[in-house]
Design a protein around this ligand. Sequence first.
Ligand SMILES: NC(=O)c1ccc[n+]([C@@H]2O[C@H](COP(=O)([O-])OP(=O)(O)OC[C@H]3O[C@@H](n4cnc5c(N)ncnc54)[C@H](O)[C@@H]3O)[C@@H](O)[C@H]2O)c1
Length: 455
Amino acid sequence: MRLTMVGTGYVGLVTGVCFSNTGNDVICLDVDAKKIERLRKGECPIYEPGLEELLERNIKAGRLRFTLDKKDAYTNAEMIFICVGTPSDERGHTDLKYIHAAADEIAEVLKALGPNQKPKVIVMKSTVPVGTTLMVRDRIREKVGPAIPFKVADNPEFLKEGDAINDFNKPDRVVVGVEDEASGAAFRELYDPFVRNGHPIFLMDVPSAEMVKYASNNFLATKISFINEMANLCEAYGADIGRVREGMCSDKRIGNAFLYPGLGYGGSCFPKDTLACIMMGDKSGIEASLSKSVHAVNQKQRERFFDKIVAHFGGKTGIGGGAAGLQGKRIAFWGIAFKPRTDDIREAPALTLIRKAAGYGATCIAFDPVANANARAELGPTATIVDDMYECAKGADALVVSTDWDEFKSPDFERLKGLLTSPVVFDGRNLYRVATMREHGFAYYSVGRAAVRPA
Ligand SMILES: NC(=O)c1ccc[n+]([C@@H]2O[C@H](COP(=O)([O-])OP(=O)(O)OC[C@H]3O[C@@H](n4cnc5c(N)ncnc54)[C@H](O)[C@@H]3O)[C@@H](O)[C@H]2O)c1
């Protein structure tokens, strides 16, 4: 099939590469000239395990190419996948400006091609508030007139950054909202190679498909806020969330996925998708009170953790708090990405902690295995970004573990202790055993477990 991806971000690029890898003829369009230049050379502009290799292979095979030219991208496509960003605006509403721009550009090319072109399916792959795909259909229809043949569909994406290739190639399910049977048949053909494992393709109406994505992400976000709330109660009442997790998650009805206490969720999806549900609730008069609480618990989780850091140094946050405590301290951070195996730092808890610590007068040093370049661009002079985890800890008054990268899981504790000016670790991911940290003589703070404070 001849396919066009609109946007070569985490979703558009992975989707384009994986569809080309099953033999489709794929063009990826972007408005970012630097990105397209790199992609044409086979260089991957994002860190995603396994992606660059597939990218190179499919470019060489002639099935995958990159363009800035809209006419080139849209003219011969049978399916056009809109994969542009849908960030939250400052009020928490979904900002659809990239969607509108893409729709208008598609309309311009379709109109110029006239009524005798082959019908196209314009597919919403971006996560959008329910109703957006049909709104885009109406917007394009208004611009091109009644004679231009096209349909719309919604095909939400469920890949996880860091595991995106595997998730795309072996999805738990494929969800597609369609307007007619012919579009449904085209999707079945397209996704057939990806569901050989027997996993289902669910064809449904367009609004339901849009809602599946929000319901899924909102549910996962709810699990994270739930376990964090339990962890906070554990701290207050002397229970250990690690033991509570074991006891609770062995119940088959509960399971253990997405029930890890920590700094709360970040990234480009859960925060904005939870906010989008809140916004959809407010707009329709169906108050999304659970989503509101999930969001509030998540935001508070970072604050609570930061309070522990300040309190350790004898300071206080909030009204009456202020500079005391962290003033003049040097704080090291292991991990900047919002989760391991990605260079994505959007809404990363580490950024909140670093900015807050710097705001309270601390000098911040940070290291991430793959997100350093993005962190330098985002944080500027707020933090010094270094290329080695031990160099990061050198001379620091405390270490904060903010991402659960594998390389942070079994560090050389004695070396670390020797490098820190005072042996203090704030573990926002519960990577270490409390007993181990006590044995090594660290002051150790984690989430939902007793703090270790050496005498
Ligand atoms: N990142 C994820 O893990 C993930 C997972 C599932 C769904 N999603 C959803 O997929 C969508 C895309 O997310 P992302 O993380 O890939 O975004 P991204 O910001 O990484 O990429 C978006 C790309 O679109 C390009 N773009 C913007 N306007 C364009 C236009 N008019 N024409 C061509 N290109 C244009 C941008 O330059 C950018 O390269 C969002 O709605 C997101 O919620 C993301």
